[in-house]
Design a protein around this ligand. Structure first.
Ligand code: C2O
Length: 490
C-alpha cells in the first residue's frame, strides 16, 4: 500500500502550531550550525510553493481565528439568526437541525465520523442558502491552538446561555493539547482512531437503530471530542445543550465538529480508512435535509473525499498526494482479556491485571524496544470495556505498566490518556460502552511495563470540576472487560 508521509513542516502546519510565524523549517538541517559565539543569522523561511487552486466549487474551511474565519463567522451569525427565527416544524430551522442529531447521531461506533461529516455538509449548504452566500465555508474551532470559545460565540445569535464553561476558560491540554492530538494522528489502526465497527460485540441502541449501537469509542471521539462537549456543556446534570443529544443547538457545536472532521481528513493524509464493507456501504437513509427541506441520503463511502462534498481545510496541503482513503487492513494476531467487578471512583482508582499468555507476551516483549521507523508498527489496542454509561461525564485517566498505582496524571510515563462520556442527561445512550487506546508507543517508551508478568491497567476517575457543588454520590464506573490485542496492518 502506498502511503504518503507528511514532512514535519506539513505536520506542524496541520496542527496549526506554526501558523503565521517564521519558526518552521526546523526539520533536517536548514539552519547553519552557529557553533557558539556569533549570534545566529535568521534564515528566511523557504519560499512556500504556490498551491494549485482547489477544484472549482471547493471551499476552504478556515480556522475561526483567522481573518477568513472571522469573515465566515459574520455570515454564520446572520444565518443562525435567520434559522433561529424559523418554526421548529420547518426542516431548515435551528431546532429542526438539532433534532436530526437527536434522532440519528451515531456515537461509540465507526459511523461517528462519516455521519457527522455528512451532517456538517448539509448544514453548510443550509447556512449558504439562509445567508444567500454561496461562498460560505464553515470555520473550525481549533481547540489545540485556541482552547477557549471564540469571543463572537458569547453574543447575539451565536451565544448559548446553557453553557457551563465561562468565557476565557480553556479546555485543558490533557484533552486537546498538541501531544494528545499528535498521538491520535499517529494511530495506525482505523477503529482505534475512529471508533469500532458495528458487529456482534456491540450493545444495541435503545431505539433499535443499527447506526446507533454502542461498540467501542476510538481515541478521537473518546478524548478530544467527548471532553470538549462536556467541558462546554457541563459534566453533571443539569447540563447545557453541548452535553446532550441536542448539542447542535449550541452554535459552537458545528465548529467543534468541523475540527473533529478536519482531524479525520488530516489522519487520512497518512492512514487509510478501514475496509469493512458493512460499514463503508452503509447508507444513512433520509437522515439529512437539503436547503429546500427535502430528505437526503448518503453512504459512508460517499463521505470519504471531502472534495466530493465541496470542501477542504486550510491546513490540508493543497499539493498533498492523494491520500489512500481505503485499504487499511487490520488483523488481530494475539489477544488477552480480563474480567473485572471492582468499581472505580474519584480518589479510589482500580488496577486490573491482564494475563498475557506466551504468544502475546513474546510479541509485547518485541515491542518494548525502539520501533523500526516507518515499518508498519503493529497497534497494541487496549479496550476499557463494558462500562455502564454513567449519569455524569466523569473524566477517567488510564495508565498501563507498573503494578503500583502511578501518580501524576499526564506527567506519569505510564499515562495513556483520559476518556469521558457523552452524551449525558436525559435520554443518553443506554447500555454499556467501551473506549479504545493504542498503547504501543507507551509500552515501547518506558512505561514501567515488565513483559515477564501481566499487563497492569489502572483506571482512575477524576473528581468533577472544582468549583461545582460537592458530589453527594461520586460517580463510580466498573469496566467489566479489559482486552489487549496486537493488530498487524497490511
Ligand atoms: Cu453527535 Cu459531537 O456529537
Amino acid at each position: 500500500m502506498k502511503k504518503s508521509r507528511l514532512s514535519r513542516r506539513d505536520f506542524m502546519r496541520v496542527l496549526g502550531v506554526a501558523a503565521g510565524t517564521g519558526v518552521i523549517g526546523c526539520g533536517g538541517g536548514g539552519r547553519p550550525d552557529t557553533g557558539g559565539g556569533t549570534p545566529p543569522t535568521p534564515v528566511p523561511p523557504p519560499p512556500t510553493p504556490v498551491p494549485p487552486p482547489p477544484p472549482s466549487g471547493t471551499v476552504i474551511r478556515p480556522d475561526v481565528m483567522s481573518a477568513e474565519g472571522q469573515a465566515m463567522v459574520e455570515i454564520y451569525s446572520r444565518a443562525v439568526g435567520i434559522m433561529r427565527g424559523r418554526a421548529e416544524s420547518v426542516a431548515t430551522s435551528w431546532l429542526a437541525q438539532a433534532n436530526i442529531h437527536l434522532n440519528w447521531c451515531p456515537h461509540g461506533n465507526a459511523f461517528f465520523l462519516p455521519w457527522h461529516r455528512a451532517y456538517l455538509h448539509y448544514f453548510e449548504e443550509i447556512i449558504r442558502d439562509a445567508a444567500g452566500d454561496p461562498t460560505f465555508a464553515l470555520p473550525y474551532w481549533n481547540w489545540t491552538t485556541h482552547p477557549t470559545i471564540p469571543d463572537a460565540f458569547w453574543e447575539g445569535p451565536l451565544n448559548d446561555d446553557t453553557r457551563q464553561i465561562r468565557p476565557g476558560q480553556p479546555i485543558p491540554p490533557r484533552y486537546v493539547g498538541p501531544n494528545v492530538i499528535s498521538d491520535i494522528l499517529d494511530i495506525t489502526d482505523f477503529e482505534t482512531f475512529a471508533s469500532a465497527y458495528v458487529d456482534g460485540d456491540c450493545s444495541p441502541s435503545s431505539d433499535g437503530k443499527e447506526q446507533r449501537a454502542s461498540c467501542g469509542t476510538g481515541r478521537l471521539e473518546g478524548t478530544p471530542h467527548n471532553n470538549v462537549h462536556v467541558e462546554v456543556g457541563g459534566r453533571r446534570p443539569p447540563v447545557g445543550n453541548m452535553s446532550t443529544f441536542v448539542s447542535p443547538r449550541d452554535p459552537i457545536f458545528w465548529l467543534h465538529h468541523c475540527n473533529v472532521d478536519r482531524l479525520w481528513a488530516t489522519w487520512n493524509l497518512r492512514h487509510a480508512n478501514g475496509t469493512n464493507a458493512d460499514w463503508s456501504d452503509f447508507e444513512f437513509q433520509d437522515n439529512f435535509v437539503n436547503p429546500q427541506g427535502a430528505p437526503q441520503s448518503i453512504t459512508v463511502s460517499q463521505t470519504f473525499k471531502t472534495a466530493d462534498l465541496g470542501y477542504t481545510y486550510d491546513t490540508i496541503p493543497a499539493a498533498a498526494p492523494e491520500a489512500a482513503l481505503t485499504g487499511g487492513t487490520a488483523t488481530v494476531v494475539a489477544q488477552a482479556e480480563a474480567a473485572n467487578t471492582a468499581q472505580a471512583r474519584a480518589g479510589s482508582p482500580i488496577r486490573i491485571s491482564v494475563d498475557l499468555g506466551d504468544e502475546l507476551r513474546a510479541r509485547m516483549r518485541a515491542l518494548t524496544g525502539p520501533a523500526p521507523e516507518g515499518a508498519g508498527r503493529p497497534t497494541v489496542r487496549l479496550t476499557i470495556g463494558g462500562i455502564e454509561h454513567p449519569e455524569n461525564a466523569v473524566p477517567v485517566n488510564v495508565y498501563v505498566g507498573p503494578a503500583e498505582a502511578p501518580t501524576g496524571g499526564e506527567a506519569s510515563p505510564s499515562y495513556v490518556g483520559t476518556f469521558s462520556f457523552f452524551p449525558i442527561g436525559e435520554g443518553s445512550h443506554a447500555g454499556s460502552t467501551s473506549f479504545l487506546f493504542d498503547i504501543g508507543k507507551k509500552l515501547a517508551g518506558g512505561s514501567g511495563f515488565d513483559a515477564s508478568g501481566p499487563l497492569h491497567v489502572h483506571v482512575e476517575p477524576q473528581a468533577l470540576a472544582a468549583g461545582a457543588a460537592p458530589e453527594a454520590a461520586p460517580t463510580t464506573i466498573t469496566p467489566s472487560l479489559i482486552r489487549v490485542e496486537i493488530i498487524d496492518h497490511g
